[in-house]
Design a protein around this ligand. Structure first.
Ligand code: GLN
Length: 489
């Protein structure tokens, strides 16, 4: 089992203990042994990764390249020049962009090597990766269970040790929830912290790209490379990027920190083992000096309805470009233009994507706009105000990532509403734009599966999230190896 963290690997590469080619080969070996079990990847370009590694080796490590030689996996909705970018949809099955997403350029400038693209729910719509048109990713802790979604491929790949880190995207929880289900660390940065240029848009006012890693320090290292202003994304914010790694080194305990515990996150619907494991995590925070404060986020109960109206509305508009002309699959047996549009879109999009386009178009239609879209936009502001008020008296907030541990494959696929409800603790944060860090609180006593806990921070408060996460991760101690992979090299 590959247990080296990204930071350890980076340091070994930097001082010449191992070559970049070696690092890539180690990951490729691990992919060969674990991929038949987890099916996390949809495209691996070994040749390209090895060539990049060899040219890095020929130049030697450089101080300007903080991720020199580090292999990284990307969710398959981030544009990669000359490499397939399919969003795990039949619609984009043959799409190869001619440019890189900003984050991909930034990673490559930092010396990282793109190793593979990972499986996901089609166009990032889902909570289990079961909506992928390509394959079904399995949870590395139990292959009868989902890895979470929509960045389930990235989460399973990192948990399986296929690479020390990956990028995912989080529109309503898709970094934090699969990280929680697979026992890894996932960070959703503040909206505007990381450029969305070259990310295939789902809900543009909600989407953020972020790191998925095996520990908090690794998350800081990736965020450092991808954060910052990009003139090509008008919503990216031009404020200074702090030194995240230095911030971690400054903190050894949480004395003087006030951590808010929102009542609405700890009540009905939470499974006993999730409640118990997350409470033990809070106890550790207290033992490490934090003061726990009871807070209320009273509009949380409206978050799922608000989120799904807004995200579907935005998706219906964003996905209009996939019409067989501008982008995407084109039906070849249409008699006229309208038939070409409708056949292309019916053939290219899966059921869940079609459902959301229909519902989103409905919510935006002239007679219903005020009742649905406008109302949801107003409630979104109330939800955001709840959080801002809580941050007036707390440094961070803490709650579970999901009501249960990873659920069974197929368990919720016939009931979209049940699937949407699993997002109850992750959707609200995207509506606020604020950052959140998900990390394993421990292993659930009944299921034996990882339990994710999340910390929320004020706008651009990623340093504080990482600092607290790092302290509490040390307090928790190392996790066991994912059970379904035990015994594999
Ligand atoms: N489960 C949520 C949805 O289906 C979130 C997905 C995401 O964050 N990409 O919309």
């Amino acid at each position: 089992m590959q247990t080296t963290s990204l930071i350890q690997l980076r340091d070994a590469l930097r001082c010449g203990d191992i070559s970049a080619e070696n690092a890539v080969n180690t990951c490729l070996d691990r992919i060969r042994t674990t991929e038949p079990v987890v099916q996390a990847l949809v495209h691996t370009d070994a040749e390209n990764a090895l060539n990049t590694a060899r040219s890095l080796d020929a130049q030697g490590p450089s101080a300007d390249m903080p991720l020199w030689g580090v292999p990284i996996i990307l969710k398959d909705l981030l544009a990669t020049k000359g490499q397939p970018t399919t969003c795990c949809s039949k619609m984009l099955e043959n799409f190869t962009p001619f440019y890189n997403a900003h984050v991909v350029d930034r990673l490559q400038q930092a010396g990282a090597i793109v190793l593979a693209k990972s499986n996901m729910d089609e166009f990032a719509m889902g909570s289990s990766t079961e909506n992928s048109a390509v394959q079904q990713t399995k949870n590395p802790w139990d292959t009868t269970r989902v890895p979470g979604g929509s960045s389930g491929g990235s989460a399973a790949a990192v948990a399986a040790g296929q690479a020390p880190g990956a990028l995912g995207t989080d529109t309503g929880g898709s970094i934090r929830q699969p990280a929680g289900f697979c026992g890894i660390v996932g960070l959703k940065p503040t909206y505007g912290r990381v450029s969305r240029y070259g990310l295939v848009a789902y809900g543009s006012s909600l989407d953020q790209i972020g790191p998925m890693t095996r520990c908090v320090a690794d998350s800081a290292a990736i965020l450092q490379a991808i954060a910052g202003h990009d003139p090509k994304d008008s919503t990216s914010v031009a404020i200074e990027v702090p030194d995240y790694t230095a911030a971690l080194e400054q903190t050894t305990d949480l004395s003087g920190w006030r951590i808010g515990v929102p009542r609405e996150y700890w009540g009905d619907g939470l499974s006993d083992e999730v409640a118990e494991t997350c409470r033990a995590f809070l106890d550790q925070a207290r033992e490490h000096g934090a003061e726990l404060v009871d807070v209320s986020l009273p509009h949380t109960k409206y978050a799922i309805a608000t989120y799904y109206i807004l995200v579907m509305a935005e998706a219906s508009s964003n996905l209009s470009r996939f019409d067989g002309v501008r982008y995407g699959h084109r039906a070849d047996d249409a008699a006229n233009l309208m038939e070409m549009y409708s056949k292309s879109r019916s053939q290219g999009f899966g059921r869940e994507v079609q459902r959301r386009i229909l519902l989103g178009t409905y919510a935006l239609s002239a007679g219903y706009y005020d009742a649905y879209y406008k109302k949801a936009a107003q409630v979104r502001r109330l939800i955001r105000d709840d959080y801002l008020q809580a941050f007036a008296s707390c440094d961070l907030l803490c709650g579970p990532v999901a009501p249960t541990t990873a659920f069974g494959l197929g368990e919720k696929t016939d009931d979209p509403l049940q699937m949407y409800l699993t997002d109850i603790f992750t959707n609200p944060l995207n509506l606020t734009g604020l950052p959140g860090l998900s990390l394993p609180a421990g292993i659930g006593r009944t299921s034996g599966l990882p339990v994710g806990v999340q910390l929320f921070g004020p706008a651009f408060g990623e340093s504080a999230l990482l600092q607290a996460g790092h302290v509490l991760e040390q307090a928790r101690g190392p996790l066991p190896e994912p059970t379904a992979l035990a015994g594999l090299d």
